[in-house]
Each structure stands twice: as C-alpha cells, then as structure tokens.
Design a protein. Structure first.
Length: 546
C-alpha cells in the first residue's frame, strides 16, 4: 500500500529555471509534432544545454545543483504525463557516506633493504578513497598478472602464489583466453575484492595498461582530491575490509618493479600479444599512512512510469536509465573549473526526456509500462543504480529489462551501433531487428579490455538478474570516426571541455533516440519477457522470484 501512495505524491518543488527550460522544451515539442519531416535533434539538445550549463556546476552528487537537476527532470516527467515512481513523488532519496583523502597527512613509501623511498602522491601514485583505507599499512608486494579468478574458464592468477597478508599488484585488462564479459565481471571492484580477500590479500595496486587508458595520467591525478562516496545503507559496501587501494602511473612503474627481473614494457607486450602475464614476488614493502575526511550527504534518483495498456502485462517494467550526476567543480584545465558533463551524461538524461516527449506527442500505448530512471552517483561507482536495483520502487520481480544510455557520443552520423551485452540475452536479438529496419550496423564490444560493460548503470541491474544493454555510437577500427572517438576521450572525457562548445551531430542523436524508443516499444509489446541466452555467463544471476 505504501508503494501506491508514494507513486501518487506530487514532486516537492519545481525550480524557476527548470520551468523556463520546460517551456522551451514544450515549444520545441510542439514544433516537432506539427509536421516536421525529420527530427533535427534540437529538442534533445535544448535539454543538454540546460543540464550541462555552467549554472549546474557539473551536477556533483549530493550538491544543490544536482537537486535542481533532479527537480527539473521530475517536473518534465510530470508535464509529459508520466506517473511518479519514487518514494517522495518522483524522487528516491539516496544517502551516502563521503570520504576525501587528506593528502597533507597521508603518505606512501617503498621500503627496500631498510631504506624508504617516498612515493609522490599524484605524479607517481594515487590512494583511492573509494576504498576506506586503514590508517597504517605495511605489507609485502606480489605481482599477480591481471589479478583475476574466472572459475568457469579454469583461470586463476592467484594460484600457487604466496599472497597472504600482502598487497596485490596487477595490470588492468584480462587474458585473451576468456571472454570479454567474464573479464569485465571479474574486474569489478566487488568481484576482485572477493578473490583477493579469499587469498588473504589485504590491498591492491592497479597499473593501467598504457595502451588502453581512457584518460592521460595528468587528468587522473588532477581528479584525485574529489570527494568519494559509499552507500550508507547497511550491507552495500562491496570492498569492506580492504585496507588500501592505489593506482600507479604506468610511466613510473619501473621503480615499483625494480629487482624483479621484469619490466613494464615486457608485461604490456605480453598483454597486447594475448600471452600469459608473468607472476612474481616484488622485493619491497609498501608503507602507507592515510587520513580521511568523512561526512554524509543525500542525493536523488528520479523515477517515473509511462503506464502499460495490457491488463496482464501492466506490472512488467521495461526500464530506461541514464545518470544525472557528473563530477562537479574540480582542478582547472585551461582556466576552466566546471566539469559540465555534456556528453557524460547530460546527453543520456536528455534522451530520457526526449523519449518521454515523443511518447506524449504520439500518444503511444505500450502493453508493458516503461519505467524511466535517472540515477545519481554513477561517477562515484554506479551507486545510485546499485541502490535502486537493490531497493526498487516497484516490485523487483516485475523489472524485466534495462536499456542504459551513458555517454553515447553523437559526434558523427549513426551508421554503426555498439551494443554492450549484445550476445548475452534476447535483448540483443531485439536490437538487431530494430537496427536492420533502420539500416544501422550492430557490433558487440570492440574493446573488451576497457571493461566498459561493468562501468555503467546497466551492470547494477544485471547483478539482480535483469537482462540489460548499453548502447553507444560505433566506428570501424582505424576509421576517421574511431579517431574522433579516441580524441574525444583523450581531450574531453572528464574534463571541462565536455561542455556545450563541442561539435555534436544533433540529427544523429535524434536518430539514436529513435532507435532506443523503438527498442523499448518492441520489448514492451513482446509476448514474453527477455531472457538470458543459455550460454551467457550472466544467466546465473536470476531475477527476483516471480
């Protein structure tokens, strides 16, 4: 009964700026529904312009600007006739614990032959506050290859090593002998820590593969002082007990490996050639002292329902997700401190709003309801979607699919669509069918070593047994479009330049939204629920009892 009352509540407030933006969106909607031959993406872009404006200050999780964003999205859903599906109207409040490393009282050192060399925090290594670090750590080091255990493939990087009480040093990525889905899954912080903890490991040092880094180290280091977060709800700290987590600059890794007889160049060459990585003791002890500033904050998920028309299917929800948050205000780059997050992920949130507009304008009726969820805390480790998937505002067993839109990069015409999770469930078959009609080529993850499949919000639903996809613009390897994507990651990803002053193909974004909408309609109107493919690793995650 409480769930029904919550769905009937009204949003608490609508900010004036949101009202103006909604009026502009309504005008664009009227134009779009008044006989315009082809959607030019102008309405979608108008939402990006508001969400990624400087006044939103980068939509940091828990900030007043994030709250304005949530209220804006909620007000728009109300205007389009979607029913509230939060706990406070359209809003689901999410509570977090905040952690921020106090670098002035923290240090890292490498001890060899009784002598300690101070490690430069920032240029050389970064202590992650996503893992709540122990105040003092002193432990030996062991290089564990990729640091993965995949029992299904009889693969175990930890087998035969003396790891008890030590810190594992590993290279990001995974072996060519197992699938990209398995690599992604066992690379997640929760799964990796399960493996490490069972082997007696107390902490970890990750060395990014320099051939597959999305960001240059300078930008990674610049973001290290950002506040990190953990869900405050009991039992949701996936790395509880881990004493230290460090990322090490690959350009500075030779000293870490000194005395082992191995070099980073050798390890990277083996990884690129899909050969097994060496595993070995490192003749050094790592000593770390950490101080952490702690606090609490509340942020918002936003949820709304486009009702279904079939009495027998009206309680089976097809979910569409995108994340509200970005990384806020940070270290200046070229004098700019606002990390607007236009493509990451104002673009995806704008797609939620654009598709809601289309449903209203065309008075579309789907047999199953569509559940729109704009989640918080994605940049903090998928935390908002983890919370929603664990504490859904509809019955868990009634969520049948998730289609996630995160940083889909409409930088050129939509000819190829990358579908993460393409071959894992029947949703991939649905995506292929829609793409065929729209003359779009479909491809699976072209770079599984980047672990994209576990790095956005669909993964939270997958772990609760919900077949899910994430969609992205694709490109031929070696093509000009691939070069554009790579340059965008290098220059704009998690940088202030991911703003409104970048070249965007708005008609291509509109076509992407058409694809997403057609896919959701197809799934909502299908006679049966989506299912995992029999040979999918993720079929082991069963939906909640029906």
């Amino acid at each position: 009964m409480r769930l029904i009352r919550n769905h009937e509540r009204r949003p608490r407030r609508v900010h004036m700026a949101a009202a103006f933006a909604l009026a502009a969106g309504a005008a664009l909607l009227a134009a779009a529904s008044g006989g315009q031959a082809r959607d030019d993406g102008g309405r979608w872009w108008s939402y990006v312009q508001y969400l990624a404006s400087d006044q939103m200050q980068g939509r940091q999780t828990g900030s007043p600007e994030h709250r304005k964003t949530a209220d804006y999205v909620a007000a728009h859903f109300e205007t389009d006739g979607l029913k509230p599906a939060g706990e406070q109207g359209y809003i689901q409040p999410v509570k977090f614990k905040t952690l921020q490393l106090d670098e002035s009282h923290s240090s890292v050192g490498l001890v060899r032959n009784g002598e300690t060399r101070k490690v430069a925090i920032g240029p050389e290594a970064i202590i992650s506050a996503r893992v709540d670090p122990a105040p003092k750590v002193s432990a030996g080091l062991v290089f564990v290859g990729y640091g993965l255990r995949a029992p299904e493939s009889h693969y175990d990087d930890l087998a035969g090593l003396d790891t008890k009480g030590k810190i594992a040093v590993y290279m990001s990525g995974g072996p060519g002998s197992i699938s990209g889905a398995l690599i992604s899954h066992y690379s997640s912080s929760a799964e990796r820590w399960k493996s490490f903890r069972s082997a007696g490991i107390i902490g970890a040092i990750a060395i990014p593969n320099p051939k597959h880094m999305d960001l240059p180290w300078s930008r990674i280091a610049a973001s290290r002082t950002q506040v990190t977060m953990q869900l405050a709800a009991p039992g949701m700290n996936e790395t509880e007990g881990e004493q230290i987590a460090i990322a090490w600059n690959p350009e500075k890794a030779e000293d870490l490996l000194r005395g082992t007889g191995h070099t980073l160049d050798e390890i990277v060459a083996a990884a690129e050639a899909k050969k097994p990585l060496p595993r070995f003791e490192i003749p050094a002890t790592l000593e770390a002292n950490t101080a952490v500033k702690r606090g609490e904050v509340e942020s918002q998920n936003v949820a709304a329902i486009w009702p279904g028309s079939d009495p027998k299917l009206k309680d089976q929800y097809v979910v569409m997700t995108a994340h509200l948050d970005h990384v806020g205000v940070g270290a200046p780059i070229n004098g700019d401190r606002i990390y607007n997050g236009a493509m990451d992920d104002a673009s995806g949130t704008a797609s939620l709003l654009d598709i809601a507009d289309r449903l209203r304008a065309a008075a579309i009726k789907t047999k199953r309801p569509l559940l729109f969820v704009a989640v918080t805390g994605e940049e903090k480790g998928l935390l908002g979607s983890k919370y929603f998937a664990a504490h859904p505002t509809v019955r868990a067993q009634d969520i049948i699919a998730d289609i996630n839109c995160d940083m889909f990069l409409p930088l050129f015409p939509l000819r190829i669509l990358t579908v993460y999770g393409l071959d894992e469930s029947t949703l991939g078959d649905d995506a292929r069918a829609i793409a065929s009609k729209m003359r779009i080529r479909i491809q699976p993850d072209p770079e599984p070593s980047r672990n994209v499949f576990i790095r956005s919000d669909q993964y939270s639903f997958i772990l609760h047994g919900v077949p899910s996809l994430m969609l992205d613009f694709g490109a031929e390897k070696g093509s000009p479009e691939a070069a554009i994507q790579k340059r965008w990651l290098s220059e704009r990803y998690h940088a202030p330049s991911d703003d409104l002053n970048q070249p965007v193909d708005k008609p291509a974004a509109a076509e992407f939204n058409t694809f997403v909408m057609k896919l959701m309609e197809r799934v909502a109107d299908a006679p049966s629920r989506p299912e995992w493919k029999r040979d999918s690793f993720f079929s082991r995650y069963r939906p909640a009892a029906q």
